[in-house]
Ligand binder design. Structure first.
Ligand SMILES: *[C@@H]1O[C@H](CO)[C@@H](O)[C@H](O)[C@H]1NC(C)=O
Ligand SMILES: *[C@@H]1O[C@H](CO)[C@@H](O)[C@H](O)[C@H]1NC(C)=O
Ligand SMILES: *[C@@H]1O[C@H](CO)[C@@H](O)[C@H](O)[C@H]1NC(C)=O
Ligand SMILES: *[C@@H]1O[C@H](CO)[C@@H](O)[C@H](O)[C@H]1NC(C)=O
Length: 346
C-alpha cells in the first residue's frame, strides 16, 4: 500500500474560535435542528402533489444540435424557466447528449418560487485556456442570487482541465502561477440542493459554495487525477448551514476545504482519496481575520490521502514568508499538533 493509509472515523467534531479546538459531546449541540430548517430534498419535490412542473428543454432553444457552442441556448432557456410564472419550473438538459458550454452565469432572482435544473446529459467545458484568460474569468458554470434552486439529474460536468494542469506552476516551476476556474460555482444561493451529479477533471476547484445559506449537497461523484494541481473537490466559503453527504471525491487537492465565514458545516458519509484530505483553511493569510466554527465531520473514509482532517492557519508575523502553520490531527480527535507547512501547497 506504500504511503496509502486507511482512516475510518465515526465521529469528529471541531470548533475553532478563537484558534481553539473544542471536542463537542454530541451533534445536537452543534446543529440544533429546530434552528436549522433543511432545504427540501428532491424526493419531497417529486412526491409533492400538484400539477407537474413546466419543463423548459434546452434542446428547444437550439442546444445540442450541431456540436457547437450551446451557451446562448442555455441562457435563453434559463431566462424562460427563471422568469416563468409556473411556481416550480424545470430547466432540462436531456440525457444521452453532450453540450459545449463557455463560461456562463445563470442569474436570479427568479420569478418562480423554486427552480430545478435537471442535468441528465453531459456538459463539456472548452479546453482552450485563453477563453478564460482573455476575459480574466475564474468560473465555468455559475449559479448566482437564486432562492430554492435544485441542481440534480445524474449527468456529468466535464471541466476538461488537462491543459490547465500541465501548464501549472506547481508541476513546472518555469510556468507563471495563475488561478484556474472553478467548474461549478454557487454564489449567494439560499435553500440550495445539489445532488446526484458527476463533476470531473475541473481546471481547478470542482464545486464551490460562497455566501450561501441552507445548502444540501449529496451524492456527488467528483474525480480528477491525483496529480492534478489545486483540484479541490468541494470548497465552502462564507456560507452557513451546509450539509455535505454521501459524496465520493478523488482529486489532486483537498477533498473538502472550508474557509473563512463558514459556520455549521456538516460533512457525513464521505469517501475521500486520493487527495489532501478534509481541510479547514487556510485561514488568516496576510494578517486577515478569519472565523470558521461548528464543523462536523463524521463517517468519513479517507484512503490514500496526504492528510486526514486538518486546520491550516497563517502565522501573523511571518505570513509573508509564505509558510502556513498547519494543525494535523487524528480523526478521533486524540492528537493534534502544529507544523510549519512549507512542504506542500495549501
Ligand atoms: C427576469 O425578468 C426581469 C424583469 O424583466 C429581468 O430583469 C431579468 O433579467 C430576467 N431574468 C432572467 C434570468 O432572464
Ligand atoms: C484558443 O483560443 C484563442 C482565441 O480565444 C485562439 O487564438 C487559439 O488559437 C485557440 N487555441 C487553440 C489550441 O484552439
Ligand atoms: C516547463 O515549461 C517550459 C516553458 O514552457 C518548457 O519549455 C518545459 O518543457 C516544461 N517542462 C516540463 C517538464 O514540462
Ligand atoms: C497577500 O498579499 C500579497 C500582497 O498584496 C498578495 O500578493 C498575496 O497574494 C496575498 N496572499 C494571499 C494568500 O492572499
Amino acid at each position: 500500500m506504500g504511503l496509502e493509509r486507511l482512516l475510518l472515523a465515526s465521529f469528529i467534531a471541531m470548533s475553532i474560535f478563537p484558534c481553539m479546538l473544542l471536542p463537542l459531546a454530541d451533534s445536537e449541540q452543534v446543529f440544533p435542528e429546530a434552528d436549522a430548517p433543511a432545504a427540501e430534498s428532491s424526493d419531497e419535490l417529486w412526491l409533492r402533489s400538484g400539477p407537474p412542473p413546466r419543463v423548459v428543454d434546452v434542446d428547444d432553444y437550439g442546444a445540442g444540435s450541431n456540436g457547437c457552442d450551446d451557451t446562448e441556448a442555455f441562457l435563453a432557456a434559463w431566462s424562460e424557466a427563471c422568469n416563468s410564472s409556473d411556481y416550480r419550473p424545470m430547466l432540462l438538459v436531456p440525457e444521452g447528449k453532450s453540450y459545449l458550454l463557455m463560461p456562463v452565469t445563470f442569474r436570479g432572482p427568479c420569478r418562480a418560487t423554486s427552480i430545478t435544473t435537471m442535468i441528465m446529459g453531459t456538459l463539456e467545458a472548452p479546453s482552450n485556456r485563453s477563453i478564460w484568460q482573455d476575459q480574466n474569468l475564474q468560473e465555468w458554470i455559475t449559479f448566482e442570487d437564486i432562492d430554492r434552486l435544485h441542481v440534480l439529474g445524474g449527468g456529468t460536468l466535464n471541466g476538461n482541465g488537462q491543459e490547465w494542469w500541465v501548464n501549472s506552476c506547481k508541476l513546472n516551476r518555469s510556468m507563471r502561477c495563475v488561478t484556474g476556474p472553478t467548474a461549478l460555482y454557487f454564489r449567494r444561493c439560499t435553500h440550495l440542493v445539489v445532488e446526484d451529479l458527476e463533476v470531473r477533471d475541473s481546471m481547478q476547484m470542482h464545486v464551490a459554495f460562497a455566501y450561501s445559506w441552507n445548502v444540501l449537497v449529496s451524492k456527488l461523484f467528483i474525480t480528477a487525477p491525483g496529480w492534478s494541481p489545486n483540484t479541490d473537490g468541494i470548497h465552502v466559503s462564507n456560507s452557513k448551514q451546509v450539509s455535505i453527504s454521501e459524496c465520493t471525491i478523488s482529486t489532486g487537492d483537498d477533498c473538502i476545504s472550508i474557509v473563512t465565514g463558514s459556520t455549521f458545516v456538516r460533512v457525513t458519509g464521505i469517501f475521500c482519496g486520493p487527495g489532501h484530505g478534509i481541510s479547514i483553511g487556510s485561514l488568516g493569510a496576510n494578517n486577515s481575520w478569519a472565523h470558521v466554527s461548528d464543523v462536523l465531520v463524521e463517517k468519513a473514509t479517507l484512503l490514500g490521502t496526504t492528510n486526514g482532517v486538518r486546520i491550516k492557519t497563517w502565522q501573523v508575523m511571518h505570513a509573508l514568508l509564505g509558510c502556513p502553520y498547519q494543525w494535523h490531527g487524528n480523526l478521533d480527535g486524540s492528537l493534534f499538533f502544529l507544523e510549519k507547512g512549507c512542504s506542500e501547497k495549501e
